[in-house]
Design a protein around this ligand. Sequence first.
Ligand code: PMP
Ligand code: GLU
Length: 397
Amino acid sequence: MALAERVNKIKESPTLAVTAKAKAMRAQGIDVIGFGAGEPDFDTPDNIKQAAELAIKNGFTKYTPVGGIDQLKDAIIDRIKGDSGVSFERPEVMVSCGAKHALYNISQALFQEGDKVIIPAPCWVTYPDQVELSGSETVVISTTEETDFKPTAAQWKEAMASGAKAVILNSPCNPTGSVFTREELKELADLAVEHDVYIISDEIYGKIIYDDAEHVSVASFGEEAKKRTFLVDGVSKSYSMTGWRIGYVAGPQEVISAMNKLQSQSTSNPTSIAQMASIEALTGPQDSVKDMVSHFKERRDFMCERLNAMPGISCLKPRGAFYTFPNVSGLFGKSWDRWSINSSGDFSAFLLEHARVAVVAGDAFLAEGYVRLSYATSMENIRKGLDRLEEAVSKLS
Ligand code: PMP
Ligand code: GLU
């Protein structure tokens, strides 16, 4: 069958694919430890589930306004105001079926052939493909561990000067866990204003930060910065609500209106029940978030220490999100049995097939030489998975 060309330009989400593969292996009775999934292992808090049950009981089960109900928009507006001090009005806010969908709507409403979009790499797997789907071109800024995977001022300047329309920023970052400082963000916001470039600021891990890291929104650097920022967030990560599919964006009203039009002709509103649950998530007790973050922190510390003790592997300590992103290039050129390790893809295949540990190869994030391990899984799994990984690595020579 002749498929539309646009589908051939993209790949299936590699993070979802690894997760599905590990699940399928488990269903066959193979004991796989999954470090692939980017989803919290905790249950959705009870107060949130109860809000959904109440919505069903009350018959709140019909179409809602396309871009979300006012009560949820108000909860989002209050949340952003409280966290970042930035004020938005209802017409500047839109709710979609997950942050991924919000990002998709932005790219479809804003980008077309001839446009350039800056993406610092390592980056989340979905950004380049969404840009590709819009017909526009990616301008990738490659970063290294030396700068904590953040572009230097010179790199930002050069990319902005290329005539780009937008930059996609992700702080805290998936996969590196890097968090941009207030100063770095101010510098970026100033450049964006100077070059008249939009900032798509994916802040979905904003609540998952450690140590003395501070989450700052680029939208907070004055009216000119706000005018050019799309603040994207959602409930998936902070409230362990990945399956509920609620994400949102606050940004320039004209583009938000265009996105509403697109959504009205694609998905219509996000699920009514999940919207009610999200109001409770955003406005109800927040202790579950704190609790989750303290578990993540303990796991991060443990995982980093273990990984750094393995020969050929080195790992920066992430300051946010729930991933480690170790450099495994020290293992390249080594082999064992039928496995030769010459890329992060080879290494992740070796780990899955031989050690029964699922990780995501760095090339999926435009960063060859690395693999991503999610620590959104129990300490017991982390211990077991790292024991297996260590044993597998010790065989390579
Ligand atoms: N942005 C980043 C950086 C992510 O890791 C994810 C995880 N899926 C998303 C956006 C989308 O999340 P969701 O669609 O579940 O809201
Ligand atoms: N964002 C998560 C991850 O990076 C979920 C998978 C996805 O949406 O691609 O693993």
